[in-house]
Design a protein around this ligand. Structure first.
Ligand code: ARG
Length: 464
C-alpha cells in the first residue's frame, strides 16, 4: 500500500538504522504531548481546509484527511488509540495512524507545514484554554474571599508590620488585600493572552514556505488574532511559555504568603483562626495535634512553580535561533506547573471555606502592644497644634509611662496622661478605642468600615 510502513520512522528513507531503544525512550515525548491531541487535530483540520481553499490539495483529499482525523480523535478520546513511543510525539503518532486509516493520501497533510510550527500552535491553543480555567478558578476564590470579608467587616484585629502589632484594622480589610493580589493575578493571566494570540502555523520549519498558503485563514479558523510576523522567531519563541510559568509562579507566591500567614495565625501562640477538621491532619504520636498540613502543602508546592520557570529560562538562555530538541521539554514543564497549580488553587479555595476567625482572640491581641499610639500622635497634631515629629515624641513618652506602670495605653488615667502633656482633656481617651481608630482611617484605600463596605461592593459588581 505505502512506502511509509507503519512500523518505521517517517525519516527512514534517509536514516537507515533504527535508533537505539534508549534513544527512542529519551527522545520520545508522546507520553507527555499526547495531551495535545485535540489541539493538534484542530490545527491539522484548519491546515487542510486552507490547503484546499488555496487549491494546493483537492476537495476529495481534504475530506478524506478530515474524516481520518475525526476518526482518530474519537479513537483517542475513547481510549482505543495505541500511542507508540517509536513515533516520538503526538504529531507523528497521528500522521502514522492517518496513513493506516486513509492510505497514501495522508501524505498530503504535512504539505507546507512542519512539526516546528505545529507544536507551538498546539501549545498556544492549550495554554489559552488552561488560562481560562485558571481564571475561572481565581474568580471562585475571589468570590469566596468576598463572602468572608462581608461577614467580617466588624471583626477587629491587629495589623502587623514585622509581625509586631502595628495599628488596628478590620479583618475584612485584610481579606480585601488578598483580593487585590488575586485580582492582579487574573489580569496578569489575561494580559498574557494578548501576546500569545498570534498564529504560528505557516512558519513551517523556520523559513515559511513556497506554497501559496493563507495564514490569515488558519488564524481565523483557530481563533487567533493575527499571524506571527517572522518565521524564524516563531519557531524559536517560547516567551508565551515563560509568561504562563511566571504568572503561575506569582500567583503561587501569593497563595504561599497567605498560607504562611494562616499557619502563623493557627499556631498556639497566635491562635487567631480555627481550621475545621476537614483541612487538618493528626499526629501519629501526639494525640492532641491538629496540624495545618494542607496550608504547608500549598507553601511547599510554590517551589515547583519557581523550579519550572527556572528550568524554562535555563533551556532558553544559551539557545541560538531557531528550533532545537531542547525545546521539546517545554510541554512537560508547562503541564507539570499547570497541574500542580490547579490542585493548589482548588485546595486553597477549599481552605477558604474551612476556617473561622477567632474574633475574641483577635480583639484581645489588638488591645495589646500599644496599638493606638499612632492615633494618639495624630490626635496631638490635630488638637494641640504640634508638628507630627513633636507629637511622635510626646506619644513615645506616654508609651514609656504606660510600660513603666505595666498598663495598656487605654488603661492610663487622664491625670497620668497629663503628666506628659498638661494640655490634654478628657476628649483624648476616645483615641484609644479600637473601632474609633479603625473608622478614622478614611483615606482612599484605608481600613475604615465605610471604605471596606464600598470596596466590597465594587468587587462584587466586578465579579458578577
Ligand atoms: N516533538 C517536538 C517538540 O515537542 C516537535 C517538534 C520537532 N521538530 C523537530 N525538528 N524535531 O518540540
Amino acid at each position: 500500500m505505502t512506502k511509509n510502513k507503519n512500523n518505521q520512522a517517517i525519516w527512514n528513507n534517509r536514516i537507515k538504522n533504527k535508533s537505539s531503544v534508549l534513544f527512542q525512550r529519551v527522545g520520545s515525548s508522546i507520553n507527555i504531548d499526547k495531551r495535545l491531541y485535540k489541539e493538534d487535530i484542530a490545527g491539522s483540520i484548519a491546515h487542510v481546509e486552507m490547503l484546499f481553499k488555496q487549491k494546493i490539495i483537492s476537495f476529495k483529499i481534504k475530506n478524506k484527511i478530515i474524516y481520518g482525523l475525526h476518526k482518530i480523535e474519537k479513537e483517542i478520546s475513547t481510549k482505543k488509540f495505541v500511542f507508540r513511543t517509536e513515533y516520538e510525539d503526538i504529531h507523528i503518532n497521528i500522521e502514522k495512524r492517518l496513513f493506516e486509516i486513509i492510505g497514501d493520501d495522508a501524505g498530503y497533510v504535512h504539505t507546507g507545514r512542519s512539526r516546528n510550527d505545529q507544536v507551538i500552535t498546539d501549545l498556544k491553543i492549550w495554554i489559552k484554554s488552561a488560562t481560562k480555567e485558571i481564571n475561572f478558578t481565581l474568580d471562585k476564590i475571589i468570590k469566596n474571599i468576598l463572602k468572608l470579608a462581608e461577614k467580617n467587616i466588624d471583626t477587629v484585629m491587629p495589623g502587623f508590620t514585622h509581625l509586631k502589632n502595628a495599628q488596628a484594622i478590620s479583618f475584612a480589610h485584610y481579606l480585601m488585600a488578598y483580593i487585590e493580589m488575586f485580582y492582579r493575578d487574573k489580569k496578569r493571566f489575561d494580559n498574557n493572552l494578548e501576546n500569545l494570540d498570534e498564529n504560528p502555523l505557516g512558519s513551517v520549519a523556520l523559513t515559511g514556505t513556497s506554497f501559496n498558503i493563507d495564514r490569515n485563514y488558519t488564524t481565523k479558523k483557530l481563533g487567533f488574532k493575527r499571524p506571527t510576523n517572522n518565521s524564524i522567531d516563531t519557531v524559536s519563541d517560547r516567551d508565551f511559555v515563560l509568561d504562563f510559568l511566571y504568572s503561575i509562579s506569582v500567583c503561587s507566591m501569593h497563595i504561599s504568603r497567605v498560607a504562611e500567614e494562616l499557619i502563623i495565625w493557627n499556631s498556639d501562640g497566635f491562635n487567631l483562626i480555627n481550621l475545621s477538621d476537614k483541612v487538618v491532619t493528626g499526629s501519629s504520636i501526639m494525640p492532641q495535634k491538629k496540624n495545618p498540613d494542607l496550608l504547608e502543602y500549598l507553601r511547599g508546592k510554590t517551589s515547583t512553580s519557581y523550579g519550572n520557570l527556572f528550568s524554562m529560562l535555563t533551556i532558553l538562555k544559551g539557545l541560538p535561533l531557531s528550533y532545537f530538541k531542547d525545546l521539546q521539554d517545554d510541554k512537560e514543564i508547562v503541564f507539570r506547573s499547570n497541574d500542580t497549580f490547579i490542585d493548589s488553587l482548588n485546595i486553597f479555595d477549599e481552605l477558604l471555606k474551612n476556617f473561622n476567625p477567632n474574633k475574641k482572640r483577635m480583639l484581645e491581641l489588638a488591645n495589646s502592644g500599644h496599638i493606638t499610639a499612632t492615633d494618639l500622635a495624630d490626635y496631638l497634631v490635630k488638637n494641640h497644634s504640634m508638628s507630627f515629629r513633636k507629637a511622635y515624641q510626646k506619644t513615645a513618652d506616654i508609651v514609656n509611662l504606660a510600660e513603666k506602670k505595666k498598663k495598656n495605653l487605654n488603661q492610663l488615667t487622664l491625670e497620668e496622661l497629663k503628666k506628659i502633656e498638661p494640655k490634654l482633656t478628657i476628649d483624648v481617651l476616645k483615641v484609644f478605642d479600637l473601632r474609633n481608630s479603625i473608622n478614622s482611617k478614611k483615606s482612599y484605600g484605608g481600613t475604615s468600615f465605610e471604605n471596606i463596605k464600598k470596596m466590597i461592593m465594587k468587587y462584587k459588581n466586578k465579579n458578577d
